[in-house]
Design a protein around this ligand. Sequence first.
Ligand SMILES: [Zn+2]
Length: 221
Amino acid sequence: MNKELTQKLVKRFPVLYQDYSSPMSQTCMCWGFDHGDGWFEIIWQLSLAIEEELGYSWLQERWFLFKKKFARHWNDAIYKLSPVRLDKQELVGAGTKEDPKRWVVVEKAKPTWDERIVRLLFGEEQKLGRFKVSRSGLKRLVFFPNTGFAVQQVKEKFGTLRYYCGATDAIDKYVRLAERLSAVTCENCGKSGERTYKHGWYSAECKDCRKQGAQAVGVEA
Ligand SMILES: [Zn+2]
């Protein structure tokens, strides 16, 4: 979906689409609304229905958004102080059935400074009395607070909408209704259409868009 429509949704439903600007290590929502502009109205109405079902107050919403922002800055700061370290790996094996290719750690990553301090204070075993101390040092402080209902992914698959989120029974019904509507709504322009199969792809298109697409590739619609 285009930038303008995406922004409209993200702005109007900041809690629902709070992960739109999160890194892809945490969410698929960073890909945005991965479908055509024609389904905008379906997503808009679905979002309104979900919002009503959740019934967050204005204050609750502000609180969720504040926590989200705070956690984002906090976690960024921790990863800056104590970067994620990756063991050096190499692909070994001939690639045959007997000797398939596989990744093998060839060099362990060196512990970061904070992890060295933990080790220095609590020894190699990292024990404090009976308790084992986590090896990860500062990264233990990374946290993901509950920031309300967040949608995980919105995309097109086999010509219909897929909308992934946690759900109550009611939300589940709304989502399924929206997915059914998407199958009869042109993904390009939003006019009523039908799910078609051509050139190995499923898509939901109206007659006009199908004709245009066929002209573009020079085949019969
Ligand atoms: Zn169309």
